[in-house]
Design a protein around this ligand. Sequence first.
Ligand code: G3H
Ligand code: ZN
Length: 323
Amino acid sequence: RGSELESVYQNALSDGFGLVASNIAEPNVLIGLMEGASRAESDLLLQASAGACRFAGNGDAEAGLNALGAYIDALAEGFDIGVFLNMDHQTDTEFIEFQMDEEIPSSVMIDASSESFEENVKISREVVRMATEKDADVLIEAELGQIKGAEDDLEVDNAFYTDPEQAVEFVDRTGCDLLAISVGTQHGVAKGKDLELRPDLAGEIRQTLRDHGLDTPLVLHGSSGVQPDQLRTMLRHGICKVNKDTRYQYEYTRTAMEYYERHRNSIVPPDADRDGRDTFFNETAWTPNKDHFDPRVGGRQIRERIAEVHAQLAAVSGSAGRS
Ligand code: G3H
Ligand code: ZN
C-alpha cells in the first residue's frame, strides 16, 4: 500500500501537483469522495482520525478502523482509481501498531508537534522504526511546527512556523517519509485569524531540504479556505499532500440543512391541526410521502455535493487526470 502511494508522491513532486487528502466523517462523504475523484480521474487519498475510527466503531477505535478499512476496500472495487487511506494526526503509538499489524492504511501521520523538538524527534523516530521493524508497507508522516486550531483531540493556541534548518535535522534524524509543515494555515473554521500565510516559507523549506539531498514531500494541513492561487504557489514549492476536512464538513452541513429545511413539514399529517396531538402521534393517521421526505434522498444530495466539491479540489490541486 505504502509503496504504491510513494510512487504517486514521486509523480507529484516531479510534475508539481498535490494529492488532496480528504477526511471522512461518514458514509455519504466517503461515497461522494470516491465519486468525485473518479469523475476527476484522480487517485483518492482518504484520511481517518482516531476520532473518526471511534465514531465508526461506536467508541471502539480498533473495531472502527477495521470496519472502515473493509468498507473502503469493498467500495474501491467499483472505481477505477487508486484509493489510499492515511491515518491523520495520530498520537497513540499502540493504536499505530495495531494499524500496521492490520495492514490497513497506506500511510500514518504521527503528530508529536506539540512536544519539544527533542521529544518530537524521539516519538516520530520510534514510529518510523516500528514500521521498519515490522517491514510494514506504510509511509510515515511527521510534523514540525504547530498548526493553530482544533483537530480531533488536539487543540493548538499558539502556532509557530517551521524553521527550514530545523526541518533538515528533523527529517534526517526521524527518517520520516513526509513532512507536515506550518506555514500559516489553520485547522477548523477560524481561517487566517492572527496568522500570515507564507507560501514562500514552503519554498524555503523545500530548497533547504534539497540542498541537503532530501527530497521529502511536504504536507499542508489546515488547507480548507486556502485560495487556489495561494495553493498553486504552495504546489510549486513541494507541497504534495493537501489536507482538507472543514470544507467537506461545511458542504455536508449546508446540503443537509437545505434538504431538511425544505422537507421539514412533509411528514406532518394534514389533519394534525384539526385533531390535535393525539392524532399527530397516531401513526396510522399519517400520510407520509416518501418522495417528499426520505433521509436517503438527503444523503444522496450530500454525496453529490461532496463529489462536485472534491472533483473541483482535485482539479485545483492538479491531481485531476492523473489516476
Ligand atoms: O488533517 C486535516 C486537515 O489539516 C484539515 O484541515 O481543517 O483546513 O480542513 P482543514
Ligand atoms: Zn491537520
